[in-house]
Design a binder for this molecule. Structure first.
Ligand code: HEC
Length: 162
C-alpha cells in the first residue's frame, strides 16, 4: 500500500466511525420510558393549590403588588390545567372553569382599588368556586378553605418598603 492510499484508508475509517458514533448517540433507547402525563389531581396540587394559598396569605397582609402578581399566576395555572386536561372523566373542565371567572374578575377589581374588604369577599367567592367545581365533578371530599397558616416558612408575604 502506498503512503497516500494508507492515509486515505485511515481517513475513511475515521469518517465511518464518527458517523457510527453520531448515529448511536441519536438512536432512541431500546425501551424509551412512556411520556410522563400529569393528572388533574397532580396539576391541582402542584399548580393551583399553592397559588390559591399564596394569594390568600398575600391578601391577608394587604400586599397589593404581590397579590396582583399572584392572581395572574393563578390565572395562568388555570389556563395550563385547561390545556393539559380539557376533560375530566365525563366532565368538561373548560366549562366548569367558568365558575372561577366572576370571582377572579372581582379579585382583580379589589386589588386595583386596594380594597381589603372587597378582596376578602372576592377571595371567599373564589374559594367557594373551587369547592363548587369539586362538588360538580364528584370530588366533594376535596374542600378548600382560607389558608390558616403559611406552608411557606421561607417566604415573607408582607409588602416591603422600597
Ligand atoms: C374545573 C373544576 C375545578 C376547579 C375550578 C378547581 N378544581 Fe381542584 N380539583 C378538581 C378535580 C376534578 C379534582 C380531582 C382530580 C383527580 O383526583 O384527579 C381536583 C382536585 C384538587 C386537589 C387535590 C386534592 C388532594 O388532596 O389531593 C386540590 C388541592 C385542589 N383540587 C385545589 C383546588 C383549588 C385551591 C381550587 C380553586 C382555586 C380548585 N381546586 C379549583 C376540579 C376543580
Amino acid at each position: 500500500m502506498t503512503k497516500s492510499r494508507f492515509v486515505a484508508a485511515m481517513l475513511a475509517a475515521a469518517v465511518v466511525s464518527a458517523v457510527a458514533a453520531v448515529a448511536l448517540a441519536q438512536a432512541p433507547p431500546a425501551n424509551p420510558p412512556p411520556p410522563l402525563r400529569l393528572g388533574l389531581g397532580d396539576l391541582m396540587t402542584m399548580l393551583v393549590q399553592p397559588r390559591h394559598t399564596k394569594l390568600g396569605l398575600g391578601g391577608q397582609a394587604r400586599n397589593w403588588d404581590y397579590v396582583a402578581y399572584e392572581l395572574h399566576e393563578l390565572e395562568e395555572a388555570f389556563e395550563r390545567v385547561e390545556r393539559a386536561s380539557p376533560r375530566y372523566r365525563t366532565f368538561s373542565v373548560t366549562e366548569m372553569l367558568g365558575l372561577t371567572k366572576e370571582p377572579m374578575t372581582a379579585l382583580e377589581a379589589a386589588i386595583k382599588t386596594r380594597d381589603g374588604a372587597r378582596f376578602d369577599a372576592a377571595y371567599q367567592k373564589l374559594t367557594e368556586s373551587c369547592n363548587a367545581c369539586h362538588r360538580g365533578m364528584d370530588k366533594a371530599m376535596v374542600v378548600i378553605q382560607f389558608p390558616k397558616l403559611s406552608p411557606f416558612p421561607d417566604q415573607n408575604f408582607t409588602a416591603q418598603k422600597p
